[in-house]
Write a protein that binds this ligand. Sequence first.
Ligand code: AMP
Length: 288
Amino acid sequence: MRSTTHCLLIENIKDLRYWQEGSQAGCKLALVPTMGALHQGHMRLINQAVKECDKVIVSIFVNPLQFGPNEDFERYPRTLDKDLELCSQAGVTAVFHPSLEEMYPGTTSSMVVPPESLTDRLCGKFRPGHFSGVATVVLKLFNLVRPQKAYLGEKDFQQLTIIKKMVKDLNVPVEIVSVPIAREKDGLACSSRNAYLTFNQRQAAPALYKTLCRISLCLQQGHMSLAQALDSGGKELSVMPGLKLQYLEACNPTTLEPLMEAKYPLVLLVAAKLGEVRLIDNLIVART
Ligand code: AMP
């Protein structure tokens, strides 16, 4: 355990337990789970947690269980020193940064299996096993840190829905606080993976959000059905050079069931690859 400028760096479970037991009495503890390479999206979660709770612990762990064999686990950006600096400046109490061996000793791990109805679609279709890996590490973090509140971003809408469902179904004693998406000035949702984009890809990337906004506007103006608006949005994205659309759907925001006709509130969800970089975004449409 070492102290950086202001916040404590905890690198193993024994130290975490020690810290957890010594500093908990009567205070409201928040957890912000991340994979690091912190950006404005993460900072929005962290700032809200600092405002609402007495102590905030940010976990930084690139979780191998949620990466497929051909995904970017090895090259995922790791910027611990900068992350610690940002956490200290934001008033975070401690950063939990365990090693792989610390989190997954041995060669096997029990896994959380969320309901298939939530995992076999949208991102789950393109990333088999991903949400089981996410749910497993998040449950481990909840059990280790035992926070009263956990702050998760709406950017990963399917993940948020699955974690909420896990907490409810398994009676995990934590309150999930969902935080709206932080965006760059041109609308692109902040993401650690944006750093992979070439100049031209970065110019093209805001198209995802623009398309979601256009669909939302069409629905609100009432001159297109949901199917027509999705179809037109899908066509718009499909003709963009270098962009490979994976899905563009409207869903019930609680169950993620796909909607054939507009029923509010609904969530528009999109995923596309720009070259090798996979981007996701979503927009909640409250009502027309
Ligand atoms: P990650 O480090 O990508 O695992 O993300 C950690 C947390 O930050 C997750 O709850 C994400 O949903 C959230 N997050 C990532 N990007 C954003 C964003 N642009 N706006 C809001 N939350 C975000």
